[in-house]
Design a protein around this ligand. Structure first.
Ligand code: NGQ
Ligand code: ZN
Length: 455
């Protein structure tokens, strides 16, 4: 039976009661009907939400999560972490990439993500030689998503330089090397995978790794409306280098030189001055915020309040995967602002006074836009991606509609996600993913090999 009866469901207009949700064999929602009678022989659920979009992931970094928390000799920074990450990336094989991606996506599904945007730059073999298949590693990531049952927007990365002024790549970056034609070739090679659960876009890695002419050519060469993502203004050092080379700050420079609109996602965009806040918000592009990674790497805090006031669109991503939970990303997005401004309840807007509802709905909107897939809402025509929360958990027992997301996002660490439907398939039931044991077994093997190889 491709239907569910929800006593409470979060629809685009807000919480509604007694909702019949129907989908078809392709995994698309065909009907969402509030104020209905429970149909016979249809499963019932207490609280149902649209699944969240994870708009920024480097899947392979999952295997490094938690292993870079030891102080080195000098002051540690984003840049010293990056050296460790490069060392880890140096030997990883396509099989290991697939095993790690599948494990990550299982974890993401279990915690409430039903879509991922994979910012994929490990394109070449160790040492930098090309694989026989141009999309070898990209296809491995896609296979991992398929095994886990995760919706995927795969973004092959343009990575040509080590820094501003077309600096030559360092040895640790040779695996990432691509030019515009190569990236477009990978996008082309992925075309047969396109469908309800899969889209391919592209991503210039950063203003450091791709020249502005290359970025322009990539944007022009990619089929219209496909998503384009870029890392930008994450660290102060990057802002300073950009100023030194172009006379402009990163976001201002990108917006001046490139027609940045709704197909763009500017990942991090942490360091903005007021005029950049306004131009980014006005462009219709998505700010891709990754609060747990940005905290872990010591980036800084995004100016959320003025950005929201200017009508800016945002979504969240888990980036380096120190967390696999949208609860943590949204909680820390709000908490960062509270700590900085010494106030409470900051992420609200218009008539929406519930922080949890505002955060979930806003991140869905921006995430869906950044994914370039028909996801992010319980309405006919979108993907059948939804979460059933555990209505018997003490945190949810008997709560009012308006309280559900407050409890989900801001109370405790139990995982309240009980069942997950992704693309019309029940991939998580009773907290367990359908393939979690086999996928975890392969992941453990991959990590063991990686550890033995690095000794
Ligand atoms: C990445 N990570 O591509 O994995 C980057 C580090 C860089 C984040 N930006 C590499 N969080 O920016 O050069
Ligand atoms: Zn990133």
């Amino acid at each position: 039976m491709r239907a569910l009866f929800a006593r409470h469901a979060l629809l685009p207009e807000g919480w509604r009661r007694d909702v019949v949700i129907e989908w078809d064999i392709h995994g698309d929602l065909t009907g969402v009907h509030p104020d209905s009678h429970p149909p016979l022989n249809v499963a019932r659920a207490d609280y149902v939400l649209p699944g969240m979009v994870n708009l920024h992931s480097h899947a392979f970094q999952r295997a490094l999560g938690g292993l870079t928390e030891r102080a080195g000799d000098g002051p540690d920074s984003f840049w010293t972490w990056r050296d460790l990450m490069y060392r880890f990336a140096a030997s990883i094989t396509p099989e290991q990439i697939e095993a790690i991606a599948a494990q990550l996506y299982v974890e993401c599904l279990r915690h409430g993500y039903t879509s991922v945007c994979e910012f994929h730059y490990l394109q070449r073999a160790p040492g930098g030689q090309a694989y026989a298949r141009v999309a070898e590693t990209a296809e491995r990531v896609a296979a991992g998503a398929h095994e886990a049952g995760m919706g995927l927007s795969l973004l092959p990365v343009l990575y040509s330089h080590a820094g501003f002024g077309a600096q030559p790549l360092k040895p640790g970056q040779e695996r990432f090397r691509t030019g515009v034609d190569e990236v477009l070739g990978i996008v082309e090679a992925l075309a047969p995978l396109r469908g309800g659960q899969f889209e391919a876009g592209a991503a210039p890695h950063s203003l450091r790794a791709a020249g502005i002419d290359q970025i322009r050519a990539l944007a022009a060469g990619l089929p219209q409306a496909r998503p384009l993502h870029i890392h930008i203004a994450e660290q102060q050092a990057e802002v300073e280098q950009c100023l030194a080379h172009t006379g402009r700050r990163p976001v201002a420079y990108l917006m001046d030189e490139i027609a940045v609109g709704a197909r763009w996602c500017l990942v991090h965009a942490t360091h903005l001055v007021e005029s950049e806040v306004q131009s980014l918000a006005g462009s219709g592009a998505v700010a891709g915020l990754c609060p747990t990674t940005e905290a872990n790497l010591g980036d800084g805090l995004f100016p959320l309040e003025p950005y929201l006031a200017a009508g800016g669109v945002f979504g969240v991503g888990s980036d380096s995967h120190v967390s696999q939970s949208p609860v943590e990303e949204l909680r820390w997005l709000e908490y960062g602002q509270r700590l900085q401004h010494q106030r409470r309840n900051i992420a609200v807007g218009g008539a929406q006074r519930e922080v949890g509802d505002f955060l979930w709905q806003a991140a869905l909107r921006g995430g869906a836009q950044a994914a370039g897939r028909r996801v992010g809402a319980l309405e006919a025509g979108r993907r059948a991606d939804l979460l059933v929360l555990d209505g018997s958990h003490p945190n949810l027992d008997g709560v009012l509609d308006a309280e559900v997301l407050g409890r989900f996002l801001f109370c405790g660490n139990d995982n309240l996600v009980r069942d997950v439907l992704c693309g019309g398939r029940w991939v998580v039931q009773g907290g367990r993913h359908m393939a979690q044991d086999a996928i975890a077994q392969r992941y453990r093997q991959a990590v063991k090999q990686l550890r033995e190889g690095s000794q």
